[in-house]
Ligand binder design. Structure first.
Ligand SMILES: *Cc1c(COP(=O)(O)O)cnc(C)c1O
Length: 502
């Protein structure tokens, strides 16, 4: 038992354990407290409250890394007090980030020589990376339009409606119109034909996703490149492509090396990837690389003189930790191509086991594809009785965090569950998850159908058509309408709880 005295409490022995007064009084929540408390008590109180957070390892909602080797944990802890931005003071850290940029650019087939340095930067995640890439496109487009004496005040960007929310953020913060290609039932990625149709002279770039957040599916960047090249030739524009490879950038090179999605395609000018997803580093690192120096307008780069050499920087923030960059370099040299390949193959095998188990219940349709990011997205074949949102809620009881969400426009009536397979999700865990899903399904069959109740109540709000035995007035709806009503209701319910997919 630790006993401490504090200066402000000179005579009082303070037991920092459960006998102390610190666990008896409510914690300050709105105002910084007047007095100090012993460090042991602070630790205990915070640690205990945090026990109520979910277990990150069982958080199947996220792509973000939840396990690293102890040796790397050690490196991370020993560099936790290093500010990345002090490049003069920590030149080796800067050098490690530059090496990572080179390695990633090479992995994505950037047209650079053996010993040539690549153009790119480490970021806090793909979101910052996408802001930077988007800014570069916007500025390049504006410069060109200005030099041609044409208006440059209405830039737009073409994406699928399945884009991650950070693209909407980019559009709003940097005043670029987001033109989204709508989805449809059974097709949940951007259709390159429609995307190219939407391109006009104000389009700063078309953003394709390698690993759609919703289903893990890769968009057809090769076809996009082909169609856009044709359009560019016909119109005289030179609309480029950005690939958002946040999750797929560390999958495709190892599992599908012959898939052409990267700098092998001439119109691909920049690519982002999340180091903290399949780059296998804890949260806090992403990367953006450009094809050539010419693709990153010089006026966006700040030049820092470090050790007499020029270190170009291009980021949105200033200070940040160094640990994640060091950890990324650790993973690259520790695992090598071989190691990454093995891990991604394992993830894919586990995905297959899980998918087969889910299919075997006979109650789900699988929406994810065999080729893509290792995840299983699945929807209920029949959601007239129960919904995926109920399944998600019930799985919580077993500790599993499995998100349920509805698809974007025009497939909003489809609600899905998604399980992301990470390195630390073993086959045994996959088998347990399958058996827990089976349990939940059995339980639900025995329960009164909550979903139809929700549908009925909503139907009551929408209109009247006949009276049911229990007095609930309902409007007869076709299957699609019912699905839409049910999923909308549940979506509201879930949104109130502020849970989403990331
Ligand atoms: C995760 C993700 C992002 C956002 O990346 P962060 O690294 O979390 O900032 C963007 N796009 C796609 C496709 C993603 O999967």
């Amino acid at each position: 038992m630790v006993v401490t005295t504090t200066l402000s409490d000179p005579d009082q022995f303070v037991h920092s354990t459960f006998a102390s007064r610190y666990v008896r009084t409510p914690l300050p929540r709105f105002k910084i407290p007047d007095r100090s408390i012993p460090k042991e008590a602070a630790y205990q109180i915070i640690n205990d409250e945090l026990m109520l957070d979910g277990n990150p390892r069982l958080n199947l909602a996220s792509f973000v890394t939840t396990w690293m080797e102890p040796e790397c944990d050690k490196l991370i802890m020993s560099s936790i007090n290093k500010n990345y931005v002090d490049m003069d003071e920590y030149p080796v850290t800067t050098e490690l980030q530059n090496r990572c940029v080179n390695m990633i650019a090479k992995l994505f087939n950037a047209p650079i020589g053996e010993e040539e340095t690549a153009v790119g930067v480490g970021t806090v995640g793909s979101s910052e990376a996408i802001m930077l890439a988007g800014l570069a496109f916007k500025r390049k487009w504006q410069n060109k339009r200005r030099s041609e004496g044409k208006p440059y005040d209405k830039p737009n960007i073409v994406t699928g409606a399945n884009v991650q929310v950070c693209w909407e953020k980019f559009a709003r913060y940097f005043e670029v119109e987001l033109k989204e290609v709508k989805l449809r039932e059974g097709f949940y990625v951007m259709d390159p034909v429609k995307a190219v149709e939407m391109v006009d002279e104000n389009t700063i770039c078309v953003a394709a996703i390698l690993g759609s957040t919703l289903t893990g599916e890769f968009e057809d960047v090769k076809l996009l490149n082909q169609l856009l090249t044709k359009k560019n030739t016909e119109t005289g524009w030179d609309t480029p492509i950005h690939v958002d490879a946040a999750s797929g950038g560390f999958i495709a090179p190892f599992l599908y090396p012959s898939l052409e999605w990267d700098f092998r395609l001439p119109l691909v000018k920049s690519i982002n990837v999340s180091g903290h997803k399949y780059g296998l580093v804890y949260a806090g690192v992403g990367w953006v690389v450009w094809r050539n120096k010419e693709d990153l307008p010089d006026e966006l780069i700040f030049h820092i003189n470090y050790l007499g050499a020029d270190q170009p920087t291009f980021t949105l923030n200033f200070s940040k930790g160094s640990s994640q960059i060091i950890a990324q370099y650790y993973q690259f040299i520790r695992l090598g191509f071989e190691g990454y390949k093995n891990i991604m193959e394992n993830c894919m095998e586990t995905t297959k086991v899980l998918r087969e188990g889910i299919e075997k219940t006979g109650q789900f349709d699988i929406l994810s594809k065999d080729v893509g990011v290792p995840l299983v997205a699945f929807s209920l074949k029949d959601s007239s009785q129960h919904s995926v949102f109920e399944i998600s809620e019930s799985l919580r009881r077993f500790g599993w965090i499995v998100p349920a969400y509805t698809m974007p426009a025009d497939a909003e009536h489809i609600a899905v569950l998604r399980v992301v397979i990470r390195e630390d999700f073993s086959r045994t865990l996959a088998e347990r998850l399958i058996s827990d899903i089976e349990k939940v399904l059995k339980e639900m069959d025995a329960l009164p159908p909550r979903a139809t109740k929700v549908a009925r109540v909503t139907a009551e709000m929408v209109g009247k058509e006949g009276v049911e035995g229990d007095g609930v007035v309902i409007k007869k709806k076709n299957e699609r309408e019912t699905e839409l009503v049910v999923t909308t209701q549940w979506r509201r319910f879930v949104e109130r709880r502020k849970r989403g997919v990331c």
